[in-house]
Design a protein around this ligand. Structure first.
Ligand SMILES: [Zn+2]
Length: 124
């Protein structure tokens, strides 16, 4: 389907206003032409008519709402991740303390025998 696009001097309040990608002429067309292809009256190029500004505004509201919801989910996830990292750090400190104690006990056992214990294990 092809409609004749009207130039911007004939613009009506609900018209879709867009530019011809070929000659950059400002074009205005009935919103019912959204999604169709029209012929630019200036250069004759077949031009795809974008969605109306009104529809775009509605979509933007939905997009912003969806992004806010995702941001909130990421913030919750971040808090949970921080709590888990804190728990892991506490577990690591307990493990390190156990390793240190084990090495100290081994040194006590081995030193009378003149045997060197292995170098201190390091828990990262
Ligand atoms: Zn054009």
């Amino acid at each position: 389907m092809s409609e004749k696009a009207m130039v911007s001097k004939d613009v009506r309040p609900d018209d879709i206003i867009f530019n011809c990608p070929q000659c950059t002429k400002s074009l205005a067309i009935d919103p019912r032409a959204a999604g169709f292809t029209v012929t630019c009256p200036d250069c004759g190029t077949e031009v795809h008519v974008p969605e109306s500004d009104f529809g775009l505004a509605e979509n933007l509201d939905e997009t912003v709402a969806a992004l806010r919801a995702r941001l909130a989910a990421f913030e919750n996830r971040y808090v949970l991740d921080r709590q888990n990292i804190e728990k892991i750090a506490q577990e690591m400190a307990l493990i390190q303390a156990s390793v240190d104690r084990t090495v100290a006990l081994l040194q006590d056992i081995l030193s009378p025998l003149q045997i060197e214990p292995p170098s201190k294990p390091f828990v990262q």
